[in-house]
Design a protein around this ligand. Sequence first.
Ligand code: FES
Ligand code: FES
Length: 178
Amino acid sequence: MKIEMQVNGEPRTVEASPWKRLLDVLREDLRLTGTKEGCGEGECGACSVILDGEVVNSCLVAAGQCVGRAVTTVEGLAARGDVLHPVQRELVACGGAQCGICTPGIAICAAHVVDRGLVAAALAAGDEAAARAKVRELLAGNICRCTGYQLIVDAVLAAAREAVPGASAAAPAPGGAP
Ligand code: FES
Ligand code: FES
């Protein structure tokens, strides 16, 4: 079956079974290997991509479901020239990546959180604890075996603050619990 979709803003066509996983279409047919496979069962978030504005696990999406739809992968986050998305920049700056297997999925979900302003209200109100709790909730589907999550959450909050005029500088993280 001919599968036509927008990938990172460009029209792409592949010849594939409609049952082929979107994850495999991206990695094998389109050579976009930034998207990773962890569990293959919708549990870890490593394969996260944005499909028509919503984060999905690409291991659970069939290619046939993507016809005519828009997919953004981690490669698309940095597609504005060579300028990284703020969450990518802050993941580097804050040390929020170690082995890196979870990082593309984290970056996709975090970009969704920041670009949709999902913690903007808490940051604008100066409620750092609420913003931190919300980030943890929104990224709960992304498993990281390495970092303990603290530095990932720091990075997401730092990126989110950039989009909120007057948001306070980074506040000390409470406790360190994941
Ligand atoms: Fe898709 Fe783990 S590989 S959720
Ligand atoms: Fe290794 Fe997250 S950095 S799994």
